[in-house]
Design a protein around this ligand. Structure first.
Ligand SMILES: [Ca+2]
Length: 333
């Protein structure tokens, strides 16, 4: 009887839905009074660097201290949704202090690096990513084996997404110096194609790359990224056309419009702009098994979420256009 009860309790316990919002500590503002913060990267010491799109400033946020500007990317041009966008810590940061950036110029989007503590101008490693007032992509992330991935957008010309010669509407894979990686399907930095506007990228601990993508009218997507064609503009959302890889998850743009994403304890957490919430997508391997929302309507539009590998905190950024904030949740979930 006791054993039966124990088994029953175990089964119930396993079936009970997790409630991260209740277990998480209260979000604390780390910086406020911002306009369109966009990218965030956590440093090995647990502090964070974040970008501000239109002012083109890079901020350093140390928990418990006022955030301060450490660099301005004068080479970037704020135009519509373009400007200073993604940021990532280089894989050899301890040795070379490289901080990678994705930004818009008058003619294109570029990936460059700056060296922490140096006033030297950014060194461009990749240029020629199509730019426009919208659909610039902009998220960058390093893989566990040290390659740089970037999510780009179609820059308002949907056909680019299906053209392997264009860097628009793609997920790109390159070395930290911007060179193609052996095994890339076209001999260039193009990795996957058929994307409309990829603004979220994260690796899970099994090494799977996940990307969020803003849809046009009907379906936003989260995709498990491999060398494949993800359909845009021929398909938005799911289809039975075997030429195209189906998304792992879709939403209506009104409830999502996903941008930055991160991984915590078996789930993806996706910042939603129009949806004004933090989506939790529970994973089982390469499948999304359940979707739920946190902080719905609490902070307005959310631009990015980033788990600190150092201390397990979660950083969140709003994107309402004025009095934007960077929030840190010390314990999450
Ligand atoms: Ca798709």
């Amino acid at each position: 009887m006791t054993r039966l009860l124990l088994v029953l309790l175990l089964v119930l316990g396993m079936a009970a839905p997790a409630a991260p919002a209740q277990a998480a500590s209260a979000p604390q503002p780390v910086a406020s009074g911002l306009a369109h913060p966009w990218g965030i990267a956590v440093l090995p010491d647990g502090s964070a660097l974040f970008t501000e799109r239109d002012t083109r400033r890079i901020w350093l946020a140390v928990p418990g201290r006022p955030a301060r500007v450490i660099y301005t990317v004068r080479e970037a041009v704020a135009r519509g949704e373009g400007g200073l966008l993604g940021i990532a810590i280089g894989p050899d940061y301890a040795r070379d202090q490289r901080v990678y950036l994705y930004y818009t110029t008058a003619s294109d989007n570029r990936i460059a690096y700056v060296v922490r503590g140096s006033a030297a101008r950014p060194r461009v490693v990749l240029s020629g990513i199509p730019a426009a007032s919208t659909h610039n992509g902009g998220r960058i992330v390093f893989s566990p084996d040290g390659f740089l991935f970037a999510g780009t957008g179609d820059a308002q010309t949907p056909a680019r997404a299906q053209d392997p010669r264009s860097l628009g509407g793609k997920v790109l894979r390159m070395t930290k110096d911007g060179k193609p990686v052996r095994g890339n399907p076209y001999g260039s930095v193009v990795f996957s194609l058929g994307h409309r506007n990829v603004q979220g990228l994260v690796f899970d601990p099994a090494g799977r790359l996940w990307a969020s993508e803003l849809g046009q009218n009907t379906f936003d997507e989260v995709n498990h990224i491999q060398v494949a064609n993800y359909g845009w503009p021929n398909v938005e959302g799911r289809s039975d056309d075997t030429r195209y890889r189906n998304p792992a998850h879709v939403w209506a743009p009104s409830e999502a419009s996903p941008s930055g994403m991160t991984y915590v304890a078996g789930s993806l957490y996706v910042a939603a702009l129009r949806g004004q919430r933090l989506w939790r997508l529970e994973l089982s391997g390469a499948q999304v098994t359940r979707a739920s929302a946190l902080y719905q309507g609490t902070y307005g539009r959310l631009r990015a979420a980033m788990r600190s590998p150092r201390d397990g905190s979660l950083w969140l950024m709003t994107d309402n256009g004025s009095n934007d904030r960077v929030l840190r949740i010390a314990r999450f979930p």
